[in-house]
Ligand binder design. Structure first.
Ligand SMILES: Cc1cc2nc3c(=O)[nH]c(=O)nc-3n(C[C@H](O)[C@H](O)[C@H](O)COP(=O)(O)OP(=O)(O)OC[C@H]3O[C@@H](n4cnc5c(N)ncnc54)[C@H](O)[C@@H]3O)c2cc1C
Length: 372
């Protein structure tokens, strides 16, 4: 079976790799694999978050992916022969006022509901765990089994793993999707036409804009911009930290090499991917509020990316109204967290036409409209 994947972010690459492992002939098309949101994300892998509230099926999918992560990361690292920067250093949530403490209470309830291991912490406990935290914490919560991954290392690992499993990456743009014949085809920016038995669309917020798609086959995927800042220097925190005050929050993901990824802003700014001074200043101010000594760290860089948001904010997976065209997009704020579960589910859907049960609530069929 020939599988063409358009989009080489973490989602397209991981889906391609898992499909190649199942004996299919995989080609991933992307002019800059890992160059969009997947190369920008901080890579937090939290067990819970506000977007899971009241969405038990989504929470189950996220927790399934979380459970897959340690073996997935080890397998990519082994297949690629390189580390993917997976760290289980514990996630420490710290609330700095009463409003933020209410948010933490919601996370605590969610952890109870889903049997997630956690410990509530007094302000003194927080400072004992992380002495550089600003002193006026209200309350903290530690999820000891969680942490982060470096999405750029993961992308590089997935590229190598895909290559070693026999897949190929074509560094060109998919210029035109061609669905007039019995099997789908794609015209590349260089003019070549690739034909496959299955076509997986994983082009993030550009998925529905791919030229040649019949109207109604792919729902609109909206871009939600975010900035991330990277600092380097003395290790100011050992845990992955999420700090919040009022309705503002910031997270800090320390990497093994001493870098800190600080995230993330959230903006509804269309397809603008520019790094803006405002976004950078906002993050630096927020992180200084939580860990004042970050002000003395070296500024390495900043990046902005677009989170792919589906109409209901949930991932869109599996076959469309046309059975040989599949979708893997809409991962919004948790695409890194959902990479292992998405790859597993999509490989199943590519090979059998069916999503595994845990992923079936996210089937593309929920947006089915008769293609024009
Ligand atoms: C600031 C920020 C922070 C984030 N933090 C986290 C986090 O801590 N944890 C987490 O789980 N998630 C996080 N996310 C979300 C996560 O990054 C995304 O959900 C995930 O990267 C989406 O991956 P993707 O492969 O679907 O999309 P993308 O990474 O956008 O990849 C899509 C690919 O499609 C390609 N493409 C587009 N058009 C074409 C075409 N015509 N032909 C060929 N290729 C094409 C692009 O070049 C791109 O490489 C964050 C996102 C942002 C922006």
């Amino acid at each position: 079976m020939r599988v063409i994947v358009i989009g080489g972010g973490v989602i397209g690459l991981a889906v391609g790799w898992r499909c190649a492992q199942r004996g299919t002939d995989v080609t991933v098309i992307d002019p800059e694999p890992g160059g969009k949101a997947s190369g920008v994300a901080a890579g937090l892998l939290p067990p819970s978050g506000d977007m899971l509230l009241g969405r038990p099926e989504f929470a189950r999918l996220v927790l399934h992916s979380r459970a897959l992560y340690p073996a997935f990361a080890a397998e990519v690292a082994q297949a690629a022969g390189t580390s993917v920067g997976f760290l289980r250093n514990g996630i420490l949530d710290v609330a700095y006022d009463a409003q933020a403490a209410q948010g933490l209470e919601r996370l605590r309830q969610m952890a109870d509901d889903f049997g997630i291991d956690y410990r509530m912490l007094s302000p003194e406990d927080c400072r004992r765990l992380e002495p550089r935290l600003a002193p006026e914490a209200y309350v903290g919560m530690l999820s000891p089994a969680d942490g982060s991954i470096d999405p750029r290392m993961l992308t590089r690992g997935l590229l190598a793993a895909l290559h070693n499993a026999g897949g190929r990456v074509v560094r060109e743009r998919a210029e035109q999707v061609m669905l007039d014949d019995a099997t789908p085809a794609v015209r590349l920016s260089g003019g070549e036409v690739l034909r496959g038995d299955r076509l997986v669309l994983a082009a993030g917020p550009w998925t529905h804009l791919l030229p040649g798609l019949p109207a109604g086959l792919v729902p609109e995927i909206r871009p939600y911009k975010g900035h991330v800042v990277r600092l380097h220097g003395e290790a100011v925190v050992g845990h992955t930290v999420r700090g919040s005050y009022g309705d503002r929050s910031v997270y800090i993901a320390p990497r093994a090499d001493g870098e800190l990824a600080i995230g993330a802003t959230y903006e509804d700014a269309g397809y603008d991917e520019q790094v803006l001074a405002d976004g950078v200043a906002d993050l630096l101010e927020r992180v200084r509020r939580i860990v004042p000594s970050t002000a003395r760290l070296r500024f390495v860089g900043a990046a902005a990316g677009l989170r792919p948001g589906s109409p209901d904010g949930l991932p869109i997976l599996g076959v469309t109204a046309r059975e040989d065209v599949l979708l893997a997009t809409g991962h919004y704020r948790v695409g890194i967290q959902l990479t292992p579960a998405t790859a597993e589910a999509m490989a199943e859907a590519v090979v059998t036409g069916e999503l595994p049960q845990i992923a079936s609530p996210f089937s593309a069929a929920r947006f089915a409209a008769t293609p024009a």
